[in-house]
Design a protein around this ligand. Structure first.
Ligand code: ADP
Ligand code: MG
Length: 452
């Protein structure tokens, strides 16, 4: 189960953070009801505890229902390191984390459903740009005036690490400020575990009542319910009950309602009935703004050059970008050295390599040739007709943007051209992209295809 938890964490936090912090954890002594995780230093222990402590104990509780606590300790020489703990025994008892809802329902028991919101995720700390401005505006609107016509349900969707959870927490934080409304936020996964726990402890009625008593219900990562038919059914009924009673629902998923095949049709239909807001992949400009804002609050001076470098190299999602910046900042703090481009390349060596490995010049050439319907061999040929030369320039441009190859190296892959030819291609394509929106869109599309 430790391996499973590791895999889950890796998915959740992203490759960068996972490698930076979480691979340092070793599984220590395992008792019947207590698990010890070991870290090599105090700094790491404190960091992991503050950043991942809750999540780690959540995950462990899911694996081992009898668990009382998860301890984080600094490893000492000779600490016994036990193998992965036994798989959770089937039980009639609810997992520990679910014991509160299993209690007899008190009038104010709905506060049990308010899953702790991450105080870092507010509207103030959310950086707005073209790709997310619509979703942001919708989220703000719902936080200001829940249950307004046309905004219920609010369905937020977009790829991993683009800010869905952040926006939902921000809505929650904003609503709770007023103190007038009750808010429940949970992942679809948690929803399912709570539901199952309620069934086990024969308290489904209380569970339903609790859910149906909130003013705003937010369910994150709804795609988790695909294939979980009973939970979907339960969610559907809760959903209807709340909307019919004029309460607000906010849901997030990685796809639009119509693309969430595997969810029941009637649920998908209802999800699409309110406001559907898409968070698009980040642009370079947005990545820069986000980095600037995070760097500004870190107390460490990060030169613009470094921010640009990161925004160019790490394009997949904001979480990875943040992870990279956090690592730089942690290093700067630990060693008291200024952040420079060289230091960045050094500190983030493994991450940058992982991002490079994603795409090769050959793949770029192939995709670009396909896109403009020219022969692959023309990428290296001497032909200079515009319909061949232009795609070739785009391929060079993308090779420069998406790989860490030097100009001469790129030139060599394009029929032994000179590095000045590559340089010219890069500036020519940038220029054209500024002037010609359709062309820019083509290039961006290619970039996105290559990156995914
Ligand atoms: P998702 O839920 O879409 O996978 P998250 O909301 O968890 O993504 O975002 C991942 C990380 O990136 C979080 O730390 C979040 O604060 C940060 N983040 C994402 N988008 C933005 C943004 N526009 N401004 C500031 N931080 C952002
Ligand atoms: Mg999320």
């Amino acid at each position: 189960s430790w391996l499973r938890i590791c895999a889950r964490l890796k998915d959740e936090v992203g490759e960068v953070e996972y490698r930076t912090w979480l691979t340092k954890i070793a599984l220590g002594p395992v008792d019947d009801d207590e698990i010890t995780l070991l870290l090599p230093t105090r700094f790491l222990r404190d960091w992991v505890r503050s950043q991942y402590g809750d999540r780690l104990s959540d995950l462990w509780h899911q694996e081992v229902p009898f668990l009382r606590r998860v301890e984080l300790q600094v490893a000492r020489a000779g600490d016994p390191v036990a193998p992965t703990p036994p798989a959770s025994r089937p039980s009639a008892q609810p997992p520990v984390e679910d014991s509160p809802p299993a209690r007899a329902p008190a009038p104010d028991s709905r506060s049990d459903l308010v899953t702790a919101l991450d105080s870092r995720f507010t509207f103030d700390t959310f950086v707005v740009g073209k790709p997310n401005e619509f979703a942001y505006a919708c989220a703000r609107r719902v936080a200001e005036k829940p249950s307004s016509a046309g905004f219920n349900p609010l369905f937020l969707y977009g790829g991993v690490g683009l800010g869905k959870t952040h926006l939902m927490h921000a809505i929650g934080a904003e609503l709770l400020k007023t103190g007038q409304v009750s808010v429940a936020y949970m992942s679809a996964e948690k929803f399912m575990y709570r539901f199952i726990a309620a069934i086990r402890s024969q308290s489904t009625i209380e569970f339903k009542e609790q859910l149906r008593s909130v003013d705003v219900l937010m369910i994150d990562d709804l795609q988790f319910l695909i294939g979980k038919d009973n939970t979907q059914e339960e969610f559907f009924h809760t959903f209807n009950a709340l909307v019919d009673a004029g309460r607000q629902i906010v849901v997030s998923a990685d796809k639009s309602p119509s693309d969430l095949s595997g969810l029941e049709d009637r649920l998908r239909t209802r999800l699409g009935c309110g406001m559907v807001a898409d968070i698009h992949a980040t642009t370079f400009e947005l990545r820069i703004s986000i980095l600037e804002s995070k760097a500004a609050t870190s107390g460490v001076v990060v030169p613009a050059k470094v921010l640009e470098f990161l925004a160019h190299k790490i394009t997949s999602n904001v979480r990875e970008l943040e992870g990279a910046l956090n690592r730089l900042i942690a290093h700067a703090n630990l060693f008291g050295r200024p952040v420079t481009l060289e230091a960045t390349q050094d500190v983030l060596h493994d991450i940058l390599k992982a991002h490079d490995r994603r795409v090769t010049i050959e793949e770029i050439q192939k995709k670009v040739a396909e896109h403009w319907n020219i022969r692959l061999t023309d990428m290296s040929s001497a032909r200079r007709a515009r319909n061949v030369a232009r795609p070739r320039q785009v391929a060079m441009y993308l090779a420069k943007q998406l790989t860490s190859r030097s100009l001469p190296e790129i030139g060599r892959k394009f029929g032994n051209r000179d590095h000045t030819t590559v340089m010219h291609a890069v500036s020519r394509v940038s220029e054209l992209m500024e002037r010609d929106a359709a062309f820019a869109e083509d290039v961006e599309l290619l970039r996105r295809m290559l990156e995914s």
